[in-house]
Design a protein around this ligand. Structure first.
Ligand code: ATP
Ligand code: MG
Length: 204
């Protein structure tokens, strides 16, 4: 490439970057609304709960009070529970009797889901809680363990500045319609399919 071609390319790149910056700046200037968000992380790929706990870590870093409710207790003790369970800024609830894929007792699971949802409802009424994470909540709705209308009402009636993050596969239409931000994590490949066992720090 000649020196002229190089400088022409640099000038084109500079103009393109300036246009991009103008576009981004005008969008930033238009975003003036400040409100509590409902964020949904759904889909079959890995990264929903870990992303949600990333937002809890960010919030705690800013000194914000957070509430976490985990609707499915996994087999392994998660690092996020170990990190946040005794944190002064985090109120952490895990479904007590532990809904796991192994229980297979619908009545026990429904009772546990309802008890856990009561803890979630308290957080959703608490003005002092800035961020509420409802981890794996979607399953409680797809299995019919919790009443959709009750869940939607609590989300709608929460304090106006409170952010809520919901994770889990197959988020229902009612939740998606209510949300401000919805991301679907797509499964392209997972190490588990290659026979690799769960890894501390990455999976739990
Ligand atoms: P993570 O907690 O790692 O962000 P997730 O919340 O997106 O995962 P879940 O369906 O809640 O996904 O599953 C939690 C556990 O299952 C994690 O150990 C995760 O690595 C694993 N997992 C997630 N997606 C898949 C998948 N597509 N195939 C196999 N295992 C998966
Ligand atoms: Mg998860």
């Amino acid at each position: 490439m000649s020196t002229e071609q190089v400088s022409d390319r640099a000038a084109r790149h500079k103009r393109a970057m300036q246009r991009k910056k103008d576009h981004v700046d005008s969008r930033i200037a238009r975003a003036t609304i400040d409100k509590g968000l409902l964020v949904i992380l759904t889909g079959n790929g890995k990264g929903k709960s870990s992303s949600a706990f990333g937002m809890i870590a960010r919030s705690v870093g800013h000194g914000l009070r957070c509430g976490v409710v985990q609707f499915i207790k996994g087999t392994w003790e998660c690092g996020e529970h170990l990190l946040f369970k005794d944190h002064p800024l985090v109120e952490f609830h895990v479904m007590a009797t532990g809904f796991t894929w192994e229980t297979q007792d619908r009545d026990t699971d429904i009772a546990a889901a309802e008890r856990t949802w009561s803890a979630a409802e308290k957080l959703l009424q608490d003005e002092s809680i800035a961020v509420v994470l409802l981890d794996e909540l979607t399953y409680m709705l797809t299995y019919g363990y919790l009443d959709k209308a009750r869940v939607v009402a609590a989300l709608q009636q929460r304090p106006a500045h409170q952010h809520v993050i919901i994770t889990g596969r197959n988020a229902s239409r009612e939740l998606i319609d209510l949300a401000d931000t919805v991301s679907e994590v797509k499964d392209i490949r997972h190490a588990f399919d290659a026979g690799i066992k769960v890894q501390k720090g990455i999976d739990y």
